[in-house]
Design a protein around this ligand. Structure first.
Ligand code: PMP
Length: 357
């Protein structure tokens, strides 16, 4: 299989599997309990907290574990319920929909801008947003879900008040995430009814999941994975982009290669439908996504591609190739053995359909 859907979710790192297997047996006790097994569980959770804090230049008590990026995003927006909430049109639905439902007119405002988008990989002007927010006394949140492990992160240098992370985008388990909350900024818990996370998020600690997240974070820190992304992965991504443009008529890129994460490539193929391309590739063992996996099952064109291109045809004919640490040059060769034929077939069907009408 050629897996090119890492931005949707990454396979578990071997290190995370091993750590979680061990944790299931050794660290099963409720981490809030006063007994010794409880303390042992809590110590492991605190290890992960330290690891993440170090990696993003935060204090450990500025990290809250959550069930994933969607919950982290919801928590920040909920904190600003009734306030002006300004987001980019490229945000994940867990920001856009929540802001729509809960936003109001009160100040201070919350600005929520991701540093890099998950569908096209492109960078957003977060420095300008922070400047703007500071001028008017507003707060800034950034969804860094796709950035963790792909670029070095320093929340203090970025001057962020809140930041969102998810374990499953870096080889940790699905269902675990984190929220950075700068000391002293407003905060309202989303889940009330427990003393966990210093009363900032009720419910029993997900010890095993957090340990898996810790193992993935350790891998990221020890291997400085952002350096691998900047070299090996960028080379693979750029090579695929070059070959697509050269070898496939009617192809175009929705990702600006010079202003994006090194592992995401979004391309459109004239007169070929994204879902059909995805299914034909799937039949050949090549795994990609159309727009965003979170939006699949939804027949509307991706809001990100619409915001970026303003063209529903381009959005409907788009494919996201997202790379991870397991990809090789052979994967690119395999894609380019199959993709031109798939597009050609679909374009021909589409021409036939048009002629019949
Ligand atoms: N934000 C971004 C930018 C994402 O890419 C995703 C996952 N597609 C999410 C939020 C949601 O993450 P989770 O599955 O951890 O809730």
């Amino acid at each position: 299989m050629v897996y090119l859907d890492y931005a949707a979710t990454s396979p578990l790192l071997h290190e995370a599997i091993k750590a979680m297997r061990e944790a299931e047996q050794r660290f099963f006790a409720n981490a809030s309990a006063l007994h010794t097994p409880g303390h042992l569980s809590l110590n492991k959770i605190e290890e992960t907290r330290e690891l993440l804090a170090q990696l993003i230049n935060a204090e450990p008590d500025e990290i809250i574990f959550t069930s994933g990026a969607s919950e982290s995003n919801n928590t920040v927006i909920r904190t600003f319920e009734g306030h002006k909430i300004i987001t980019s049109p490229l945000e994940h639905h867990s920001i856009i929909e929540t802001a729509k439902a809960l936003g109001g007119k009160k100040t201070p405002a919350l600005y929520s801008y991701m540093l890099a988008n998950n569908e096209i990989g492109e960078f957003l002007p977060i420095k300008d947003i922070v400047k703007k927010a500071r001028k008017e006394g507003g707060f800034v949140h950034s969804d860094l879900t796709q950035v963790l492990g792909k670029l070095p992160i320093d929340v203090k240098a970025l001057d962020l008040d809140y930041a969102t992370f998810s374990a499953h985008k870096i080889g940790g388990p699905i269902g675990v995430g984190a929220l950075y909350v700068r000391n002293g900024v407003p905060f309202k818990p989303l889940i009330i009814g427990g003393n966990q996370e210093k009363k900032r998020r009720g419910t029993t600690y997900n010890t095993v999941g957090i340990i898996g997240f810790g193992a993935a974070l350790k891998y990221v820190a020890e291997h400085k994975t952002w350096e691998i992304y900047d070299t090996k992965i960028r080379t693979l991504r750029d090579e695929l982009a070059r070959r697509i443009l050269k070898e496939i008529p009617g192809s175009s890129l929705n990702t600006d290669l010079k202003n994006s994460l090194p592992n995401i490539l979004n391309a459109s193929f004239e007169a070929a439908e994204g879902e059909s391309i995805q299914l034909y590739l799937d039949a050949e063992g090549i795994i990609v996504s159309t727009g965003s996996a979170c939006a699949s099952g939804d027949i509307k064109p991706s809001h990100v591609l619409m915001a970026k291109t303003g063209d529903a045809e381009v959005a409907h004919s788009s494919i996201r190739f997202s790379f991870g640490l397991g990809n090789t040059k052979e994967d690119i060769d395999k894609v380019m053995e199959v993709l031109p034929g798939v597009i050609d077939r679909l374009q021909k069907i589409s021409t036939l359909e048009r002629k019949k009408k």
